[in-house]
Design a protein around this ligand. Structure first.
Ligand code: SF4
Length: 310
C-alpha cells in the first residue's frame, strides 16, 4: 500500500546541488516544503509549494519538449525505420508550446487545483504576458533545433552505423555512493561495437556551460559502477548543441570522476547542514533556510509569491 511519509527520502542529483547553490530558500521549497503537497489534506503551504514546483517557463518547457520529441523520434526510428520530416517535428514542438500557453492564459484556476494536469508558464503567471524578446528567441530555437538534431552526429550514427547498439534513453536510474542515492537520467546511451566504446549523449537546447562536463562525468561514474564498464577509456561522452548544430566529444579521465565524486561529497555535507535529523531527512524550520541576496535570481524564481508571504 502507498505509504505517506512525513519527509521525503534523501537523494542527491546535480540539479539538487544547483538549487541549493542558487538559493537555500528555494531549495527548501523544492525539496522539502512541497513534499506531500499533492495530497488532498496537506497544509496550504505544502500545496502552494508543490503547485509552484510544477510551474515551468519558456526555456525549460522548450528544452523538455525537444527532449521528449527526440526520444520519440529515435524510438520510432529504431522500431520502424521511419523519420518524420523536419517541418512536422517543428509543428509538433509548436503544438506543445501552444498547449502550455493556452493552459496558462485560460486555465489558471484548473492549474491551481490540479497542477499535475495543467501547465502554467512563469512569465504569464507573474507578468500576464510572454515577453516579446523571449518569444523571438524561442522562435529562433524552434526553427533550428530539429534540423540540427536530424543532422547531428548521434542521429547519423543511429541511422548509418551498423555497429551501433542502443542501450537506453531518458530512463530514471540511480546508484548509491557512500550510502546516498544518486539520480541519473541519461538522454541517450549507445555502444559502438566496432570501436568498443560506450557513448553517452546529452542534448543541449541552451548555451554551452562549464557544468556540462560535470554532468557527463557523473554519467560515466554510473557506467563504471552500475554497468561495470571497466575502464574510463571505453567511455566517450558527447554534448550535442542543438542551437548551433555542433557537438563536443570528450574522453574523460579518472581525474574528472574524482572531481565529481569530490563535488558530491562536499554537496551532501552542505545539504545535511539543513537537516534536523539526518536519519529521517527532517529539515530545519523554513526560516533557517536563508533567502538569496541576489535579487535578480528572484525575478525568475517560481516561489516568488511564497517568498513575499513567509
Ligand atoms: S524568490 Fe528569491 S529568495 Fe525566494 S526562493 Fe526564490 S530565489 Fe530564493
Amino acid at each position: 500500500m502507498f505509504e505517506i511519509k512525513p519527509y521525503p527520502e534523501f537523494s542527491w542529483s546535480l540539479s539538487r546541488h544547483k538549487a541549493l547553490m542558487e538559493c537555500p530558500r528555494k531549495y527548501a521549497y523544492e525539496y522539502y516544503i512541497s513534499h506531500n503537497g499533492w495530497l488532498r489534506d496537506s497544509n496550504i503551504l505544502a500545496k502552494d509549494a508543490y503547485r509552484f514546483k510544477k510551474m515551468t517557463n519558456l526555456e525549460i518547457l522548450f528544452g523538455s519538449a525537444v527532449h521528449d520529441l527526440i526520444l520519440s523520434v529515435i524510438g520510432n526510428y529504431l522500431k520502424t525505420g521511419f523519420i518524420p520530416p523536419e517541418a512536422e517535428l517543428i509543428q509538433r514542438l509548436r503544438s506543445t508550446l501552444n498547449a502550455a500557453f493556452k493552459d496558462s492564459k485560460g486555465r489558471a484556476q484548473m492549474w491551481s487545483e490540479r497542477p499535475n494536469h495543467f501547465q502554467m508558464l512563469h512569465e504569464i503567471y507573474y507578468n500576464g504576458e510572454l515577453p516579446q524578446d523571449k518569444v523571438d528567441e524561442i522562435q529562433r530555437r524552434l526553427n533550428v533545433s530539429m534540423g540540427n538534431f536530424l543532422k547531428s552526429k548521434t542521429f547519423t550514427d543511429v541511422k548509418e552505423n551498423s555497429n551501433m547498439q542502443f542501450v537506453e534513453a531518458e530512463r530514471f536510474r540511480f546508484m548509491f555512493i557512500d550510502g546516498v542515492k544518486i539520480f541519473i537520467v541519461m538522454d541517450f546511451l549507445y555502444r559502438d561495437r566496432n570501436e568498443g566504446k560506450w557513448i553517452i549523449v546529452d542534448w543541449k537546447t541552451g548555451k554551452e556551460s562549464f557544468e556540462d562536463r560535470h554532468q557527463l562525468a557523473l554519467y560515466a561514474l554510473y557506467l563504471q559502477r552500475v554497468l561495470k564498464v571497466k575502464s574510463i577509456e571505453e567511455i566517450v561522452v558527447r554534448n550535442e548543441y542543438l542551437l548551433t548544430g555542433t557537438n563536443k566529444t570528450y574522453q574523460l579521465t579518472d581525474v574528472d570522476l574524482e572531481k565529481v565524486h569530490e563535488l558530491f561529497g562536499m554537496s551532501v555535507v552542505q545539504m545535511q547542514r539543513y537537516l534536523d535529523d539526518i536519519i529521517t531527512n527532517q529539515p530545519l524550520e523554513l526560516n533557517q533556510f536563508p533567502k538569496t541576496n541576489t535579487i535578480k535570481k528572484c525575478g525568475r524564481c517560481n516561489y516568488k509569491e511564497l517568498c513575499d508571504m513567509y
